[in-house]
Design a protein around this ligand. Sequence first.
Ligand code: AHR
Length: 325
Amino acid sequence: MIAVALVALVGCSKQSSDKAEQPSGGTAAPTPAAEKKLVVGFSQVGAESAWRTAETKSIQGEAAKRGIDLKFADAQGKQAQQIQALTSFIAQKVDAIVLAPVVETGWDAVLQQAKDANIPVILVDRGVKVSDDSLYTTLIASDFVEEGRMAAEWLAKKMNGKANIYELQGTTGSAPAIDRKKGFEEILAKYPDMKIVKSQSGDFTRAKGKEVMEAFIKSDGKQIQAVYAHNDDMALGAIQALDEAGMNPGKDVTVISIDAVRAAFEAMVAGKLNATVECNPLMGPLVFDTINRLRAGEKLPKFTQNKDQLFEQANAAQVIGTREY
Ligand code: AHR
């Protein structure tokens, strides 16, 4: 259920007039207009992964710190709920909308409504495919294609250019699932003996990652030499399935994933996960700085990229203490 109600703007203090009435009946010197609290609507994909929860906390925490009235709507992985949330934010005349879109397509109509209402839309973490780029203001995200490339380069080196790879894809139709596959396959094209044997969606969740891995193990067993998961949660589910089947993840089966959440570092320290490519979810400060710059009339780039790096077992124990999510 969407946690957004169609209510009048809250926290929106009445603007004071330039000249305040004096008890005596005279007029005081002009006072600055009372500060209006900024109202921002945030439509989040859901809570499918540890990464997603970290992103939500970062945006909510930063809004609280800055005294921003953040209207939060969890779409539970459903685009229809996100469209409903956006329609509600527009009706409430929020000052800005922050959208983490579950899938890439199907946004034109609602984004047009936001544009017509002069409400800037800041896309976070995932991009959209729209007929007209002016339908959103800016995108703050990682380069998912590059993350896929980094994972493939690392795996090809580790496997000496030869491996049967089993891929766990993210949510079908989502930007990270499409782009992480694309970048990975682009690099694999250089290594004819690195083959994706099976590839299926685990919807970015640990439970589905485990379920899909169990099916791979059942059909292909010992043929499985490497697992490429589009996020850590699915890799952790797959590791559990491999462990239960006695297949030694991290040793006999090489596992690489994306996100670099704390649990992935724990799995690397335990020797079960081999590597993870970072995807930074700590977007709160940048999101609200961006909104402030927009309100100050600045022209913003269409894309601001978060920089990511790869971590592997060898340096996991040293780095784990410094991780923020
Ligand atoms: O869009 C970012 C991806 O979505 C993260 O990699 C994944 O964990 C999340 O659910």
